[in-house]
Every structure is written in C-alpha cells, then in structure tokens.
Design a protein around this ligand. Structure first.
Ligand SMILES: O=C(O)CCC(=O)C(=O)O
Ligand SMILES: [Fe+2]
Length: 276
C-alpha cells in the first residue's frame, strides 16, 4: 500500500494556543443531558443494553484479538488488553515529567478553557518516539493509517474531572480539514482506570464502556462520505474516585486507503476496521 508522508498535525486550530480564563461558575452536570448523566452513574446497567451486543475473538494473523462491540451504527468497540504495561508506564512517566496544561474545547474557531471538559492534557509531538511507538502498535491490529492522526493527547482526569458528551468532528471544518480531512475515528488508549466513575459513555448507543488499562476504545465519528455520525456522541464520565489517564488519537479521513467502505455513504463496519 501507498503510505503518504507523515503529516504534522498539531491541534485543531493548527497551533496550540489557549486563552486562559476563569472557569464559569456552573455545575458540570449542566453540560450533560440527564439521560447520559444517569448512565454515567449507573454503568453496570448500561452494558448489555442492545440485544445484539457481543464480544468476538478475532484471529488477527496469529494473535487473538478480543473485541467488545458496544455500538454498530456507527461502530464503537473496546479492544481488550492490546497495549503492554511497559508502554503504559512510559505514557504515565512522560505525563509526570512534562508540563501538562488545562484541557480546552474548540469553540468558534478558538481553544478555550471551559468546565464542560475538566482534565489535564499533554500533547506528544508526532515525531516523538513515544508517539511513533503508539502509532505503530495501533496500526498492527486495525486497517487505520495512524500516520494520518493528530498528535496524541495524554489526558488525566482527577475526581471532579470529566468531558461532557460531544462529537469529535468539527462543523464548520477546522484548519486541518482541507489537507487531512475530518476526524473519521477516535482511538482512546486507557492508561489508568478510575476507582469509581470515569467510563466512556455513548448516550445514543445506550452504553458506558468501563475499560481496563491496556484497552483501546475505538469509534467512528464520520461515515465513508465524510458526514457526521450523530450517534458517535460520547463523553468521559465524571470521576468519582481515583484517577483516569488515557491517550486520544483523532484520526483524519484522508489517506485511509485500507479503510474503505464498499457501500458509499454508509457507516464503517467491523470488516472495514479489522480488514477481512
Ligand atoms: O475520556 C473519555 O472517555 C473520552 C475522551 C474523548 O471524548 C476524546 O478523546 O475525544
Ligand atoms: Fe471525544
């Protein structure tokens, strides 16, 4: 396959700028719909909520790959235990050694601090050996071209931290859209798991994913026409106790030569993601 030159995407607005401003005096629950909020606080009741939800063990070359399907349309999966402990330690170490910043949300063309998202975040440059290692590993078991992803973002959530339900794609399109396309999919590596709370909720799939360190949650935000999948709505549930750490890869839809859909205008499916 043809592998394009590595793009050097930074943040959504093309540079990591941030406007520091005080947090509004607003409760975090006010950023959530009551339904999603309820799901976040009762994750066990939102596991097997769809009748055809199941786990599969794929034979990926010789490696077994356990995949928990949490939503079909669009696809949202949990891939179990695919990132090794030493790699997770490296991620955590980097976060501790470097200088994380307050998380921002992208609104009206600029990145702002807002209490719809409370976390500490650290971008890992694309050319950094850690980013290269992670991309290489993620490329081993999916058809996605991780070279066409934004630089990975390490996120740490403490009690009170959360990321209210949202879509990952930008409308109107962001700075990178013209050259790299939209955020077709998101891969979230789980580094540390909160003791209580901190699942990833997909309100329209009616499910809360409660992954373990080493798992990857992967979902599609766009269909093969580049249109937003409304049911890709998701959020990071509030942390009640402990700390959650994860790494996000927002994957752009240009140069995804192996991630093709036979049916134009339709959602990506398992066979597109795992390539059989
Ligand atoms: O922390 C989570 O569970 C969700 C993170 C998220 O929404 C994202 O990285 O786009
Ligand atoms: Fe997101």
């Amino acid at each position: 396959i043809y592998v394009p030159a590595e793009p050097s995407i930074t943040s959504a607005d093309g540079e990591t700028k941030k406007e520091s401003q005080p947090k509004e005096n607003r409760s975090i629950s006010s950023y959530w719909g009551s339904d999603a909020w309820k799901m976040c606080h009762d994750p066990d009741n939102y596991f097997r909520s769809t009748p055809d939800l199941y786990s599969v063990r794929l034979r990926h070359f010789i490696t077994p790959l356990d995949v928990e399907i949490r939503g079909y349309n669009p696809l949202a999966v949990r891939i179990v235990n695919v990132i090794g402990k030493s790699t997770l330690d490296r991620i955590e170490q980097r976060f501790l050694e470097d200088q994380p910043e307050e998380a921002t949300v992208f609104e009206n063309g600029t990145s702002i601090v807002q209490s719809s998202r409370i976390a500490d975040t650290l971008w890992v440059p694309n050319e950094d050996i850690l980013a290269i290692t992670l991309r290489r590993r993620l490329s081993q078991f999916t058809t996605i071209n991780f070279k066409n992803a934004e630089q990975p973002l390490i996120m740490s959530y403490q009690p009170g931290g959360h990321y209210a339900a949202h879509h990952d794609c930008f409308f109107p399109p962001d700075y990178w859209h013209a050259t790299m396309g939209g955020r077709v999919a998101t891969a979230l590596i789980i580094v540390k798991k909160a003791e209580k709370g901190g699942g990833t909720v997909f309100p329209n799939h009616r499910t809360v994913v409660q992954p373990n360190p080493g798992d990857v949650i992967l979902w599609f935000n766009l269909n093969s026409n580049g249109e937003q999948e409304n049911d890709s709505l998701h959020g990071g549930c509030p942390i009640i106790k402990g700390q959650k750490m994860a790494v996000s890869f927002w994957i752009r839809d240009k140069y995804q030569y192996d991630l093709t859909s036979p049916i134009s205008g339709k959602s990506y499916r398992m066979e597109n993601l795992f390539g059989w």
